[in-house]
Design a protein around this ligand. Sequence first.
Ligand code: SF4
Length: 290
Amino acid sequence: MRYEGTIYRPPSEARSLIIQVTIGCSHNKCTFCSMYKDKTFRVRDFEDVLDDLKMAKEAYGRVDRIFYADGDALCLSNEKLLKLLSETKRIFPEVKRITSYGSPLDVLRKTDEELKALQKAGLDMVYIGAESGDEEILKAINKGATRDEIIEGVRRLEKALIKTSVTFISGLGGKKNFKEHGINSGTMISQMEPSYVGLLTLMVERNTPLYEDVKEGTFKLLSPLEVMEETLLLLENINVSKKCVFRSNHASNYFSLRGDLPQDKDRMMNEIKEVIKSEGMLKDERFRML
Ligand code: SF4
């Protein structure tokens, strides 16, 4: 495969064929993110993407899962996305799941009919980085989308039967806003009802604006115990009426949680309370990674 730069994909796409449809992220301004800083955003030529699909067919034969990279492949026009999905299915008729990253604004630019057309053409799931449900934190991290826009984007995808997997980042409000971050992220999940929620824990990388804030002391990182207290607040405030798979088992997390909401909410909250009582169960800082 001909990959340009470092390739990022969600943990659950570890076994997927990754096809680069765009290079970089069209937003590329979140203060905590270093992923695509070395890339200038562009949409790849369709013929190049098609060649990659054909090369993958020759190399691997059958493929069950395909993930369209980089940052937000959903920013393509529906016409291009439908052509891409059609060619993907023609080359890999056996494919069971096609997914991509997407931003809430990508979704809001599309009509309900366009989203439904993408679902019918085979787009199964979109990964969305909400990061926080708190409006002030979203502004501070320069997310480029408001709480309401993120909620609407997720709800419209789910309505079109395209599953969503929404990521939040523990600790993103720092010491100053950790309660707001926990509570408002929980209520946001309740309002948007995604199929999946993934919770990572903030790790500040050197080449980011947030690193400078930490260095200057204007942003104070949470202790591992405060992260757990924040997660407890988040869970406490999730009230969903349909199944939502909750995962907090990323390499950056101090403690792994996994369950289906709403039925496993009490069990997961009790696990966190136990962890808060016995600090020893938390992952050592040395073993955390992004
Ligand atoms: S967090 Fe997502 S939207 Fe923000 S800059 Fe990074 S890749 Fe782009």
